[in-house]
Design a protein around this ligand. Structure first.
Ligand SMILES: C[S@@+](CC[C@H](N)C(=O)[O-])C[C@H]1O[C@@H](n2cnc3c(N)ncnc32)[C@H](O)[C@@H]1O
Length: 238
């Protein structure tokens, strides 16, 4: 190999080593901690895993939230966090609030995790699992101050509406975990889902919502760029 080429190859190798080595240290990627056969609810790398199709839930496997965060700060939860953009921004802007992000698609959990590590966030708990299963089996009564669900999967066809997250059983769980006067805010572009939310939020007071600095997310920008109207529904636990 001519000398110049050799030097160039070496310098590329050095560049790759120097560039990616610290990146890997700063942003280690999250791996699924068990195979199907050995799946069980567990904390791993500061993420709480609730496996799919698991039936032997036991809440003693989950630490009390105040113990987990080590403080008595207010506790906010976002379901359907996607790539985590919205909740990471909130956790950075409000360090005196504890945040819980629940996302069931592991590829997206990994993205939230990378952002959490990159920003050294200590006030965020990521839950890798399905929202209803986590809430029903692991959250105590009256522990959450504010609940947020931004752009939950709309399941637009009527025959698929049964798959929507916000329905009676889940709403009852939200009421159970919310503190008195706690709030629930839902954001959607889907008119059908908005109507379902309005019908299902029995036992909650609908309150006016002032958009203020609500924050944004991937799907927020996507649907706005297509000219869709975004609906904000806000409730208070009476
Ligand atoms: C349309 S995306 C919205 C993501 C994000 N909130 C945003 O605005 O960009 C819906 C997300 O909810 C997650 N999801 C759907 N049903 C869920 C459930 N029952 N529990 C937890 N996550 C769920 C999906 O995996 C997906 O990442």
């Amino acid at each position: 190999m001519p000398q110049g080429v050799e030097v160039r190859v070496l310098s590329w190798a050095k560049f790759i080593f120097i560039y990616f080595q610290p990146m890997q240290k700063i942003c280690p990627s999250l791996r699924y901690p068990f195979d199907w056969e050995h799946r069980r609810p567990m904390f791993h790398n500061d993420v709480f895993f609730v496996p799919e199709y698991y039936t032997k839930h036991s809440s003693d496997k989950f630490t009390n939230l105040q113990t987990y965060f080590g403080n008595k700060n207010p506790m906010n939860i976002e379901y359907c966090s996607g790539n985590g953009e919205w909740i990471i921004d909130k956790a950075l802007k409000h360090p005196n609030i504890n945040w819980i992000g629940v996302e069931m698609w592991f590829a997206r959990v990994k993205k939230i995790y990378a952002k959490m590590i990159k920003n050294s966030l200590k006030n965020l708990l990521i839950v890798s699992g399905e929202g209803y299963a986590f809430t029903k089996n692991y959250l105590q009564d009256c522990v959450i101050d504010n609940i947020f669900i931004n752009f939950p999967d709309p399941w637009p066809k009527d025959k698929h509406a049964k798959h929507r997250l916000i329905q009676q059983a889940f709403v009852l769980e939200l009421k159970r975990i919310a503190k008195k006067n706690g709030t629930a805010t839902f954001v959607t572009d889907s008119v059908a889902y908005k109507n379902q939310m309005l019908n299902e939020m029995i036992g909650w007071n609908k309150i006016c919502y002032s958009q203020g600095d609500y924050g944004t997310s991937f799907f927020d920008r996507l649907w706005r760029s297509k000219g869709l109207e975004i609906h904000y529904l806000c409730y208070e636990n009476s």
